[in-house]
Design a protein around this ligand. Structure first.
Ligand SMILES: [Zn+2]
Length: 98
């Protein structure tokens, strides 16, 4: 599903609405089809793949981009972080409802 999203545009993307250079980036897990508040409207979106959500620093416009194929750093991959996080929390809260 990631091939349906535009590629990650780097740390200084150009907003498609206002032309500002600069946006925040948030990792978003895969999500089922549901009602979303998205760019000043409420509507059905999804189902959505794992993605990077970008938010313009100037006008707050949001758009989605694909995960990078190769990590941009030497640290662990998203999959490794997810596995480590899951192992950590499973050990700490074994038996509790998740
Ligand atoms: Zn903008």
């Amino acid at each position: 599903m990631n091939d349906q999203l535009p590629p990650f545009s780097g740390d200084s993307p150009t907003c498609p609405k206002c032309g500002n250079v600069g946006a925040t980036t948030r990792y978003r897990a895969a999500s089922p089809r549901m009602l979303w508040d998205w760019n000043d409207a409420t509507g059905m979106r999804g189902q959505l793949p794992e993605r990077l959500e970008r938010e313009c620093d100037r006008c707050d416009w949001h758009w989605d981009e694909a995960l990078v194929d190769q990590p941009a750093h030497d640290g662990p991959s998203v999959a490794e972080c997810t596995a480590n996080d899951r192992a950590h929390w499973n050990d700490k809260y074994a038996g509790e409802q998740r």
